[in-house]
Design a protein around this ligand. Sequence first.
Ligand code: HEC
Ligand code: HEC
Ligand code: HEC
Ligand code: HEC
Length: 511
Amino acid sequence: MNKTTILTTGAVLVCSLMLAGCEDDTYVVKTPVYESGLPANTTKASEFEKAFPLQYASYRQNDESSVMTEYKGSVNFRKNDGVNPLPRGFRAAQPYLKNLWLGYPFMYEYNEARGHTYAVKDILDIDRINRYSPDGKGNMPTTCWNCKVPNISQWVAAEGDGVWSRDFNEYRTKVDVMNESISCATCHDTTTMELQLYSIPLKDWLARSGKDWATLSRNEKRSLVCGQCHVEYYFTHKDNGPAGKPVFPWDNGFDPEQMYEYYNTHGANNGPFTDFVHAVSGVNIIKAQHPEYETWQNGPHGAAGVSCADCHMPYKKQDGKKYSSHWWTSPLKDPELTACRTCHSDKTPEFLRARVHDIQEKTYRQLLKAQERSVKAHEAVRLANEYEGDRNARYEELMAMARENVRKGQFFWDLISAENSVGFHNPAKALDTLMSSTEYSQKAIDLCLEATNAHIASGLAGDIRDIVPPILEFSRKLQQDPEYMKSHKWLTYLPVLPKAELVWEGNKRIR
Ligand code: HEC
Ligand code: HEC
Ligand code: HEC
Ligand code: HEC
């Protein structure tokens, strides 16, 4: 292997750069500075092809959407569907997702993540944003664009914080679908190509915690650019800041308990924050989102200073030129596990793959158990809510405690469910969080039994799949069908929607 390689591209390299070779392959001595010849805030990726052909070609590899690994990969199958084959369903699904999110748009559609270049296409097509409303409104805030296109910073600069709470669909027609999706400007100054943050919630958090991007180490930046989006977040309630603004709930720390504590004082009137009220149990729920950054940072690799880019953007070589792969995908799709073996050079790909699968298999098993216990907890609250016979004298107090435990149990389960590595980024934290989730949900069930003097016990006996079957199919269209809405006892808690036809297809208004 070359000891040193000069990294060159079509662009002018202002200060030359030496990549340390051999054993220390990952550690680059100096950050390159380029003259791309492009103006600041160039949002279209194709504009960079001429100056950076290697990075651009690897960026376009994100268009690949067919290869799966044991648990993950790049087919956007429906995450609750373990019945149908790919591309609709997949073996490693979680059957109860629709049940647990009943009352929130996630119940309509939730798919496995795929490559960055699909982010815009997928959000335009997802049933979570209303494409049926006659007035053309999506009933979701513009904030959703924050993790899809770098254009958002320009919209905020032009229109201020009022942008966040505007309707998502107002911006449908303003994006170039496969060309601005998590584009170069998301992570780079488009003139010098230095790493840069565009994400407002991450910049806000750095400011709140007294950190300055300019003085952070290169290694920190190689993960923080991912931490712009691969994180847990929420949209502020108007009592707590500009309505709909994205915020990272990290002020108490990155662990589930600390984020939960933060949420309990950041909702309306500084009370508990709530994303939605569960349609069946009436419990106030927090929906967790993909906390890769929080999970990784105190895991075996994060704590050792191994960055997201080390595993997800390994160095590649072409025609003697060395560059960072911009194909952000599962490292397990590479048969040789090259990214891992930069450091674990003494291990075979088979050994490393088996280690990952061992962690994932155990995490997935506990994930399913925690999920089922959460479903049972909602059912227990439903039964206890409706039980009017011989109640415990402390019924109200016990039920308040039960609801709190359902909420916490579901948030803890969801943090690991939404985290995209099935435990690998932090095996101990994943199992601890799932075990805690199961405990909280069980506590909720016990409290419901106590509140009803155990009269609801028979309704909870037996296999959860018989008590509350998974809801396999659901969508906005199905919610318009009164017959379908009678097909599951939990669906009867939702209103039937008026008949309507699609108004939006992709970024075109068709009606
Ligand atoms: C030590 C290597 C390593 C580090 C560091 C690492 N990851 Fe991963 N990541 C993996 C592995 C292995 C998987 C599991 C892939 C699979 O199961 O196919 C994964 C999975 C993922 C996935 C899901 C991939 C898919 O196929 O859907 C995402 C997203 C992700 N990581 C993001 C991140 C982010 C963001 C960071 C930094 C905060 C990070 N990773 C740090 C190794 C790593
Ligand atoms: C999600 C964040 C992200 C996006 C989007 C992104 N890059 Fe990068 N890019 C990085 C990271 C991280 C590095 C490594 C920087 C380092 O190690 O200092 C990098 C490095 C580079 C480099 C330096 C040379 C090298 O290969 O290491 C160039 C040039 C570059 N990217 C071009 C592009 C182009 C062109 C696009 C759009 C097609 C793009 N990047 C999109 C994160 C990103
Ligand atoms: C602007 C927000 C944003 C940033 C920044 C970002 N990601 Fe992503 N990432 C996403 C979204 C959104 C998806 C899912 C896209 C889809 O499914 O349509 C995704 C998907 C992924 C996947 C799954 C790909 C697959 O094949 O299944 C990986 C791996 C990943 N990102 C890693 C990274 C890494 C590593 C970084 C930092 C270098 C990063 N991402 C930065 C938003 C972002
Ligand atoms: C930049 C260097 C680096 C890269 C790249 C890297 N690792 Fe590691 N890995 C480490 C370090 C450091 C540790 C911690 C070792 C220790 O604490 O003794 C570690 C620990 C591990 C462990 C044991 C801890 C655990 O989580 O069970 C496994 C397994 C592992 N790595 C697998 C992988 C896989 C798979 C990949 C690629 C997806 C990978 N590593 C990529 C440096 C790296």
